[in-house]
Design a protein around this ligand. Structure first.
Ligand code: NAP
Length: 343
């Protein structure tokens, strides 16, 4: 099998392809022929050694992928050969609230898939059968490969701890993977979506996907005013906050009564401080998202299947040109997801 290894973090030049014998599944494990993977912002951080966990030299990158089951290890019974599956982002978080034990093991060095331990930018991968979900039947492998991190994160932001209600308003920031899934899922819930972006071209595409109001945050730097005015001064009910330090104060200024602000990303910087009165004024809740459990993934897949929802893929790069996929994601020209085909 072929696999990329991140020999020296810092740039895509640190990625090298090596060949190795196909892995064999052990007890309760499943061998998967990976057909497609997708990139997330975290993969750029890992590539550039800017991730919050140490990157193991020579690690196989990428957490997100989909493929078909090709062999079962002893005692494996959740899937059969030929099943179409995707890997879960947290291999051990099955359902319910995340536990102390899970967090403790997760934050131990070497635990993060695609950073501390091997990920999916490879032809074959052996995974514990508990770390897989069946993919929606109407999706291609390329489409399904986009789901494990970005889509489940968007799902978590809209469904917990309080489920988004029809007619409520969601604010999304930018047009990356998480935000586009949040837009699509929020529309499926019957919600209204206000979206920001850096370009008029992307604004048009947001409108085509159903965004009700689109604001260019470059030409309108005080976009929080536009958001408030688009809600008759009431503010929004849910913020899918992927910006972090550079956007949080404005996002909080958009928050309406009992708004749920999901802290997800750091696209606009880490650290910083914010004014507590922004929370007091509207009884606003801040909640940090950690993608979600396998159960979240499975519930989301049911919704995606029922709604026949299709992930928005900007570009697909062949396995041989995976470095270009990284470069393209880094350019931030993408809209939705960037995928690598392993065919
Ligand atoms: N906590 C979690 O569980 C979790 C899970 C997934 C992702 N994340 C984090 O969430 C963030 C988004 O991840 P992703 O994979 O969706 O990223 P992505 O696909 O790389 O998104 C990049 C896009 O975000 C927009 N953007 C960049 N800077 C921005 C800014 N200052 N304000 C608003 N939008 C900005 C740009 O779109 P426009 O050109 O349209 O503005 C850009 O194309 C990352 O920080 C990632 O690490 C966290």
């Amino acid at each position: 099998m072929r696999a990329y290894h991140l020999e020296s973090p810092g740039s895509v030049d640190g990625l090298v392809v090596r060949k190795a014998p196909n892995p064999k599944p052990g007890l309760r494990e499943v061998a998967v022929r990976i057909r497609a993977t997708s990139l997330n912002f975290r993969d750029l951080m890992i590539l550039n050694n800017a991730y919050f966990q140490p990157v193991t030299p020579g690690v196989i990158p990428l957490s997100d992928g989909a493929g078909e089951v090709v062999a079962l290890g002893e005692g494996a019974s959740r899937f059969k050969v030929g099943d179409r599956v995707a890997a879960t982002f947290h291999p051990k978080w099955i359902a319910g609230r995340i536990t102390h034990e899970h967090l403790a093991s997760r934050f131990a060095p070497g635990e993060h898939v695609g950073a501390g331990r091997d990920g999916l930018l490879t032809d074959y991968k052996v995974l514990n059968e508990e770390a897989l979900v069946a993919i929606p039947p109407h999706l291609s492998f390329e489409e399904a490969a986009t789901l494990p991190c970005a889509a489940v994160t968007a799902w978590s932001a809209l469904t917990a701890p309080r489920q988004l209600a029809p007619g409520e308003t969601v604010l999304t920031l930018g047009t990356g993977g998480v935000s586009i899934f949040a837009l699509q899922l929020a529309k499926a819930f019957g919600a209204r979506v206000i979206a920001t972006t850096s370009s008029d071209e992307k604004a048009t595409r947001l409108g085509e996907l159903g965004a009700d109001v689109v604001i260019n945050y470059r030409t309108t730097p005080d976009w929080e005013r536009e958001v408030r005015s688009a809600t008759d001064g009431r503010g929004v009910d849910c913020v899918v906050e992927v910006g972090g330090a550079g956007t949080l104060a404005r996002s909080l200024a958009c928050a309406g009564p009992e708004c749920q602000v999901s802290l997800i990303g750091v696209l606009a910087g880490k650290g910083g401080s914010f004014d507590m009165t922004a929370l007091q004024r509207g009884l606003v809740s801040l909640r940090r998202i950690g993608v979600g459990s396998r159960q979240d993934f499975e519930l989301m897949n049911r919704a995606i299947t029922h709604q026949k929802l299709r992930p928005v893929i900007d570009r697909v790069f062949p396995f041989e040109d995976a470095k270009s996929a990284y470069r393209y994601l880094e350019s931030q020209k993408h809209f939705g997801k960037v995928v690598v085909s392993h065919e």
